[in-house]
Write a protein that binds this ligand. Structure first.
Ligand SMILES: [Zn+2]
Length: 429
């Protein structure tokens, strides 16, 4: 068994993310404290969770915000609440064309190489990969997994063809950050979740071999799991299949860390798209069973709580929510197009703006709040508003003013959502 030492600058690249970390999005940079309160509540229950504020380039572009504002909001929340533990600002789904925009302000980089998956590999690189991994050909036994995997040289070649270009691109981006980032260490995540097909555990194993060869000291890896991870609503797919895949991925990572010499704390990152309530207990049970860490990434669930809080506030705040909803119906195609692969809205279930205009704040909140089984809960409305945050951005200062005015009501929704509906379900609090 070989162990490679491939960290050229260990003091610069190794950063403690901790066993459990939770990524939240804060689209308008006003809920940092409310989000952090959820981590403080978890700590009161003995569960240490490292907060990560994630925002993608797409999100910044749609809102007109920048990574500096995310950093300032995170620092402010941490300072105001006296948080003494590590925290991170995640440059979410970055690539070489936009990483520089994030570089000075982030200490967590989610390198997205999904677009390169399936691009043919260079012959020399492919041969080297096959040569190196031939030792696993035949029956691959991964400790802890009952079944053995058939790995022929043809299979190795197919995996190399599919993923080598993507991972070598991740290496280019990682080294770009390493050589250009001047202000301290950072966490590295490699993400491949925004693709159609789930990666199998065998593919995952060889992807980790490629990551080690690139010298990427990955802290987290975000595969595509089986099933649909629609924005802001529950998982749609086969729970048993997910459980099997997730459990095997945990074993694969364990083994890959040993044989490829990857960082010991390497853990799975689940890009949940928020609110995968039916998966949380499965994830929680398995990480407990194997004593593993996890990173859960959510996005947008906090923005929906802002909308819910404003609806409950009534008056001009409720009027604004109704205006945003009417706008979302009018601009349906424009708003949903960038998210087409991660939403599934049944248009016939969307009430008309005229109908919604007659609703009380409580009615609107009940339709949007994600309480599975609640008779008023409307996942179609929820998904539509999830992608409609651009309309709140267009309300400009007025939106921020109302959030500020109803800070406590909105903040309590945000904290309750993250703690009660997410953290409690994952960590069995
Ligand atoms: Zn993702």
């Amino acid at each position: 068994m070989r162990t490679r030492k491939f960290f050229n600058h260990p003091q610069k690249t190794i950063m403690q993310l901790g066993k459990y970390s939770f990524g939240t999005g804060d689209r308008f940079s006003m809920q940092g404290e409310a989000q952090l309160r959820a981590m403080l509540k978890a700590a009161e229950h003995g569960v240490a969770i490292c907060p990560v504020w994630n925002k993608s380039n797409r999100e910044h572009k749609l809102i007109g915000s920048n990574p500096e504002s995310t950093r300032l909001a995170a620092d402010r929340a941490v300072q105001n609440l006296g948080w003494n533990n590590p925290y991170f600002v995640d440059a979410d789904h970055i690539n070489l064309s936009n990483v520089d925009f994030f570089m000075p302000h982030c200490n967590f980089f989610t390198i997205d190489v999904a677009d390169y998956i399936g691009q043919p590999a260079e012959a020399a690189q492919l041969n080297a990969f096959i040569e190196k991994n031939k030792r696993f050909a035949g029956k691959l036994h991964i400790p802890g997994i009952g079944e053995e995997f058939e790995v022929s040289e043809a299979r190795l070649e197919a995996i190399g063809q599919k993923f080598l270009t993507a991972i070598s691109h991740a290496g280019i981006i990682y080294r770009h950050i390493l050589h250009n980032k001047v202000n301290g260490p950072f966490v590295t995540e490699v993400s491949m979740d925004e693709v159609q097909d789930a990666q199998s555990p065998v593919e995952m194993f060889f992807i980790l071999s490629m990551i080690a060869d690139e010298g990427i000291p990955a802290n987290t890896i975000a595969p595509k799991f089986t099933g649909r991870f629609n924005k802001g609503v529950d998982y749609v797919g086969n729970l048993e299949q997910f459980e099997k895949e997730f459990e095997q991925d945990l074993q694969v990572i364990d083994y890959a860390v040993k044989v490829f010499g990857l960082p010991k704390g390497l853990k799975l990152s689940v890009h949940s798209g928020s609110d995968k309530f039916s998966l949380y207990p499965i994830i929680g049970r398995l990480i407990k069973k194997y004593d593993k860490g996890i990173h859960i990434k959510t996005a947008g669930t906090t923005w929906l709580e802002e909308v819910i809080g404003l609806a409950l506030a009534g008056g001009e705040a409720l009027e604004m929510v109704k205006r945003i909803y009417a706008g979302a119906i009018n601009r349906f195609d424009e708003l949903t197009a960038p998210y087409a692969s991660v939403i599934d809205i049944k248009k016939e279930n969307l009430p008309s703006p005229e109908a919604v205009n007659t609703w009380s704040g409580q009615q609107l909140a009940d339709a949007l709040r994600h309480i599975p089984g609640h008779p008023a809960y409307n996942p179609d409305m929820r998904q539509l508003l999830h992608v409609a945050f651009k309309l709140a951005a267009q309300e400009g200062a007025e939106y921020s003013r109302l959030l500020e005015k109803h800070k406590e009501l909105v903040g309590s929704q945000v904290t309750e959502n993250i703690f009660d509906r997410h953290i409690k379900r994952i960590f069995f609090i």
